[in-house]
Design a binder for this molecule. Structure first.
Ligand SMILES: [Zn+2]
Ligand SMILES: [Zn+2]
Length: 368
């Protein structure tokens, strides 16, 4: 079967729209007709070379669509189901899956960086040569093949362009509050960095009933956006002593939950300085994996906890349908996350806008 996909052949090069092929479905494969796919910063990291993956590769890990066909052993979804894809499918029975840490699933951790599906092989090819999958998904294409644990049924009523966002940025940000910090009504929350993940952390705090919800960024337009997602207070890190202002709002203690969503080394110290004794710092941001972190020792004292999370404690089959329903009930804002809607052949324009920090999310509306 042949279809169109955006292919990355070289670091720093543009994506090219090409005809690629997909091999026969294996027993646990699900073939998804992709209707929408978000552009995420992690895709851009691969294009720029700061995240190393084998090439050529089809990027995209925020996809939604309709199940087109399933392998002989698939029981969780059927053709016609509307699905959001998970970029962290898991085997269900390895050391980590058995310890309720599916994000660390061993087959996933082993095969995913090699551009393979969970069975260690690729289904994709181009001109007869092997093509790599990205994060066991590759949704910047008209079709993608994922393991059944990566195809999550959601209500038919949610539009695909909004549904796809649940698969990465929304899950990570909202989940940081609901699943990782387990924020409760009346807890105080600070979110450092108001990009896509930060805005979703803010709306996660809003969903949990946090008060106050303090958003911090250096860009005034992002702070305005933060208010739409539920921020009760906004501080500009260039103009305000953020830790001092947070303490003013929290009886001098610091906040219960502080979410680092900026991926800046200096912000890490601010995160600890904003946290109350016994509170927690959740790190969502990313920077150079070899960067050395310097922290003032005293700022970590007082039973403070630090947790790094990549996917907001996602349990996709539990969380994706819930997030979709919250959207349909008017409680989760996905509409204001989308800055631009593009065709697949405009994908380089979308990434250029992202690289210039001009947008929250660009979403490809796939034509068939
Ligand atoms: Zn992502
Ligand atoms: Zn596993």
């Amino acid at each position: 079967m042949d279809f169109e996909a955006a292919v990355l052949h070289e670091i720093g090069g543009a994506l090219s729209i090409e005809t690629v092929s997909i091999g026969d479905l294996q027993p646990t494969d699900v073939l998804v007709r992709v209707h929408a796919s978000g552009l995420c910063h992690t895709d851009l990291e691969v294009m720029q070379g700061s995240l190393a993956y084998p090439l050529p590769i089809v990027l995209g890990h925020e996809g939604a669509g309709v199940v087109e066909a399933v392998g002989s052993g698939v029981t969780l979804v059927k053709p016609g189901d509307h699905v959001v894809c998970s970029w962290n499918p898991n085997c269900g029975h390895c050391f980590y899956c058995d310890r309720d840490q599916p994000i660390l699933c061993e087959p996933f951790a082993h095969h995913q960086p090699k551009g393979h599906l969970l069975d260690g092989t690729s289904r994709l090819s181009i001109n007869g040569e092997k093509l790599h999958h990205f994060s066991v998904m590759s949704s910047h294409a008209q079709f993608c093949v994922v393991p059944e644990s990566g195809a999550i049924k959601v209500p038919d009523a949610i539009p695909f362009d909004r549904a796809c966002l649940i698969g990465c940025g929304v899950m990570t940000g909202v989940g940081a509050l609901l699943n990782i910090a387990k924020a409760s009504v009346g807890a105080s929350a600070v979110v450092l960095g108001c990009g896509a993940v930060g805005l979703n952390a803010i709306q996660g705090a809003h969903l949990a009933g946090c008060e106050p919800i303090i958003a911090v960024d250096v860009a005034p337009d992002k702070l305005e956006k933060a208010k739409i997602f539920g921020a009760t207070h906004t501080f500009n890190a260039r103009a305000d002593d953020v830790a001092a202002r947070v303490k003013e709002l929290t009886a001098g203690r610091g906040a219960d939950h502080v979410i680092e969503a900026a991926g800046i080394l200096g912000t890490l110290q601010t995160a600890f300085d904003c946290t109350r004794p016994g509170g927690d710092v959740v790190l969502l941001g990313k920077t150079d994996v070899n960067a050395q972190v310097g922290l003032r020792w005293g700022s970590m004292m007082g039973e403070r906890k630090m947790i790094r999370s990549s996917y907001g404690g996602a349990r996709p089959r539990r969380d994706f349908p819930l997030l979709a329903q919250l959207y349909l009930d008017g409680k989760l804002n996905l509409d204001d996350l989308i800055s631009m809607r593009i065709d697949l052949d405009q994908i380089n324009d979308g990434f250029a806008a992202m690289a210039e920090n001009k947008i929250i999310r660009a979403v490809i509306e796939m034509r068939h």
